[in-house]
Design a binder for this molecule. Structure first.
Ligand code: SF4
Length: 79
């Protein structure tokens, strides 16, 4: 089945976290105890929960950190 989920690119995310609060289905979580290639904490999207509304992408200030498609190879953490 095709996924509706967006993707947080783990190594582009800068851990700003604006996306976490705007997600209407609480699909965005912190990758606990992990840092990425930029040396920051990062968030990830729970793919089965995401409804593809785009709210996270609209508030993210980091270019390229959130993609409007499901690209599991770019997102390291999962629930
Ligand atoms: S696209 Fe919508 S539902 Fe999916 S993670 Fe982003 S804010 Fe949450």
């Amino acid at each position: 089945m095709e996924s509706y989920s967006y993707t947080i690119v783990s190594d582009i995310c800068e851990g700003v976290g604006d996306c976490v609060g705007v997600c209407p289905v609480e699909a965005i979580h912190w990758a606990s105890g992990q840092i990425n290639a930029k040396g920051t904490k990062f968030a990830f999207i729970d793919e089965p929960t995401c409804i593809g509304c785009g709210a996270c992408l609209s508030v993210c200030p980091v270019e390229g950190a959130i993609l409007a498609e499901w690209r599991p190879e770019l997102q390291r953490a999962t629930l």
